[in-house]
Ligand binder design. Structure first.
Ligand SMILES: *Cc1c(COP(=O)(O)O)cnc(C)c1O
Length: 339
């Protein structure tokens, strides 16, 4: 039994999901003739109370398309120093959109409206890049699955309105936040101009993300997706997995969160571990004591068929997910306890 907790992306489609995929009705989605993709896009648009949604192969492409839609070359995006769009999308913001990032020194990937105000370059000061977009991530990945305070998110909306800035949410794991806080997709749709969500993270799809947004911004999205090479054909087979996941795999995220909390409790009791960051959803980030060798620690776990990853800076990450069973959980807790 291999216990793979490197990421919630390692899941394989369930039998039910595969059945749904096999029976999907499909067409050429580049012509917008795939009924299953159209149904998925309509459903997600409706969930968020938006006019428009578009299916993407990856969350990175959906985020990159959003940045492109909100900015012009030379401009600047405000985001946290931990942001996925800055750290883990291959430098795409500069490559695809010719923009730079103004990094906020936030807390666990989150920041305050006041810090946004301080980061905006005065638009008439032509020496500095023109600020055009604020991007927020919920839950935060590098921040350890932390959930934003919705009041702060709304305050930042006001700042964006006051300064004529776009407002994008990288919601790769927004589902985890919704389950944890009881906020709704509609609430988020009301506040943000564009939102990307992943179907291939906690929801267990093999592929797929959706960018949802207001009609005026989203009208250019299909062209950008084509330019990025993301126009897909009979992709309803994959959209069917997404529809299935929305029906069956959202409420169960609570189980991933509970397991993560239980793992955290055991980690906190271990002598080798210095700190465990607060656990709100399905991500656990912890730090080893200075005298514990990270490579040896990871190898020791690997010998027990447990796989987790290093995040750099002495931090390690565990992510719980759909394919992490109760049996695996019991085994993991007992192995950790006896480390
Ligand atoms: C995983 C992730 C993405 C998108 O990743 P892809 O692998 O390109 O689908 C975007 N933002 C965050 C915060 C993520 O964790």
């Amino acid at each position: 039994m291999i216990i793979d907790l490197r990421s919630d992306t390692i899941t394989k489609p369930t039998k039910g999901m595969l059945d749904a995929m096999l029976s999907a009705k499909v067409g050429d989605d580049v012509y917008k003739e795939d009924p299953t993709v159209n149904a998925l896009e309509e459903r997600i648009a409706k969930m968020f109370g938006k006019k428009s949604a578009l299916f993407f192969p990856t969350g990175s492409m959906a985020n990159q398309a959003a940045i492109k839609l909100h900015t012009n070359p030379g401009e600047q995006v405000i985001c946290d120093k931990y942001a996925h769009i800055y750290n883990y999308e291959g430098g795409g913001a500069s490559f695809n959109s010719g923009v730079s990032c103004k990094l906020i020194d936030g807390h666990r990937g989150m920041f305050a409206a006041k810090q946004v105000v301080e980061s905006i370059n005065p638009p008439d000061f032509y020496h500095s890049p023109l600020t055009s977009l604020v991007a927020v991530e919920n839950t935060t990945n590098k921040g350890g699955g932390a959930c934003w305070d919705f009041e702060e998110i709304k305050k930042i909306r006001t700042v964006c309105d006051d300064h004529d800035l776009g407002y994008h949410l990288d919601g790769a794991r927004l589902w985890n936040a919704l389950v944890n806080t009881n906020e709704t997709a509609l609430q988020f749709g009301e506040v943000f101009d564009t939102i990307s969500v992943c179907l291939s993270k906690g929801l267990g799809c093999p592929i797929g993300s959706v960018l949802v947004g207001d009609e005026d911004i989203m009208k250019g999205a299909i062209r950008i997706r084509k330019i990025f090479g993301g126009g897909m054909r009979q992709v309803g087979y994959l959209a069917a997995a997404g529809l299935y996941a929305l029906d069956h795999h959202i409420d169960r995220l609570k189980q991933d969160h509970n397991k993560a909390k239980e793992i955290g409790e055991v980690l906190r009791s271990l002598a080798q571990i210095k700190t465990v960051e607060p656990i709100e959803t399905n991500i656990i980030i912890f730090e080893l004591n200075a005298d514990v060798n990270e490579t040896a620690f990871l190898q020791n776990l690997a010998k027990n068929n447990i796989h987790i990853i290093g995040m750099g800076g002495g931090k390690l990450r565990i992510v719980t997910h759909l394919d992490y069973t109760d049996t695996m959980h019991e085994k993991l807790l007992s192995i950790l306890t006896n480390l």
